[in-house]
Design a protein around this ligand. Structure first.
Ligand code: FES
Length: 106
């Protein structure tokens, strides 16, 4: 299971209306599955036609290296311990739900 940790940060003004997903590409996260998660999220974005809803980028080590999983920031919330195995649940709960709220669907 992934852990949620709130983390304040400023997002670029041009990201307004989008859900900004930043996946850590630091060496510790890379060893725990960043590449697999990037492949999965790109597939999900394409399958669900979310290109106009999500800004996807990489980020350097956030200093939150975990024994298990990858650190992912979604807008101003940071999550640690996301694994390739838990990523689909994470995507539904933390990314799709957020997109739905922004669209006024939830
Ligand atoms: S390498 Fe990802 S948080 Fe440190």
């Amino acid at each position: 299971m992934y852990k949620a940790e709130r983390h304040a940060c400023a997002l670029p003004a041009e990201s307004e209306g989008f859900t900004v997903v930043q996946i850590c590409v630091g060496s510790s996260c890379h060893l725990k599955g960043t590449a697999v998660i990037v492949t999965k999220i790109n597939q999900l974005i394409e399958e669900r036609h979310l290109e106009n809803d999500v800004i996807l980028s990489g980020s350097f080590c956030a200093g939150k290296c975990n024994r298990e999983g990858v650190t992912i920031q979604v807008d101003d919330d940071m999550f640690t311990g996301v694994t390739p195995e838990t990523f689909e649940v994470f995507f539904e709960e933390e990314i799709m739900a957020r997109i739905g709220r922004k669209a006024g669907l939830a």
